[in-house]
Write a protein that binds this ligand. Structure first.
Ligand SMILES: [Zn+2]
Ligand SMILES: [Zn+2]
Length: 244
């Protein structure tokens, strides 16, 4: 049903939107690729080693041994690892902003494509029980009418064949926007922002958390905290993009 809906959506979008790149309006692009053409895709910077094995922060240089960055040493982290598909810059950041704040839903396939390309090969080789999107606060969700993380998590769930679970976590605190906050302020702002739904019991489950962007990790870390406190055995994080 979801696949049918999606193909209907693509067809409908194809009727209303000419098949040109939605970012530069200057090259052909198709619905399957989220209306982003090859020229614009050249600006995508995929996250490649070396990067911090804990938080996925890319690192300049020839380091071949595994390492943890200074930020990770200073933080109490509740996830085993966080990885992102691409660096949150240029076309990737533009597409995320349009997708999230201007309801430019046609970018979903572009963003999901990046995430799936990097995450599916890794997740298939591991043993995960659920994919859980970072939830929005109900007030935010009503205002935005969709949760971008849930769209991305749904596509990842189907491709990686790990069940989607949108019933575990909820956002209990309306937080101020993180954009203007420093790293330490972000952690304080997010503390206690997420909780497990009443009546949910976990028993060592391994959970993949999905969000659009990872910046300092304050959001995903608080989700991971709530899941671990409730009994999750392990939490990892996958996002489309990674702030530097
Ligand atoms: Zn373009
Ligand atoms: Zn790190």
């Amino acid at each position: 049903m979801k696949a049918l809906l999606q193909s209907t959506l693509s067809t409908t979008l194809g009727l209303f939107y000419p098949e040109v790149c939605a970012l530069c309006q200057d090259e052909p692009a198709a619905a399957e690729g989220g209306f982003v053409g090859t020229k614009c895709r050249q600006f995508v910077q995929l996250v490649r080693p070396p990067f911090c094995q804990r938080c996925g922060l890319p690192f300049q240089g020839d380091l071949t041994t595994s390492f943890e960055c200074n930020n990770c040493h200073d933080m109490e982290l509740f996830f085993t690892y966080a990885r992102a598909a691409a660096v949150a810059k240029t076309v990737v950041l533009d597409a995320i902003h349009h997708f999230k704040y201007s309801r430019a839903l046609w970018f979903e396939n572009f963003l999901a494509g990046l995430l799936l390309g990097e995450a599916v090969p890794v997740l298939r080789g591991q043993n995960w029980n659920f994919i859980v999107p970072v939830p929005l606060h109900p007030l935010k969700q009503r205002e935005r009418e969709f949760n971008q993380a849930e769209f991305l998590a749904g596509q990842l769930s189907r491709a990686a064949r790990v069940p989607l679970n949108t019933k575990l976590l909820r956002r209990v605190k309306v937080t101020v926007t993180q954009t203007l906050l420093r790293r330490d302020q972000r952690a304080v702002n997010m503390r206690g922002a997420f909780a497990i739904r009443d009546g949910v019991k976990l028993n060592g489950e391994k959970i993949v958390l999905v969000d659009d962007v990872f910046t300092t990790g304050a959001t995903t870390n608080d989700c991971a905290r709530a899941l671990r406190v409730a009994g999750a055995g392990e939490v990892c994080v996958w996002t489309v993009a990674r702030g530097l």
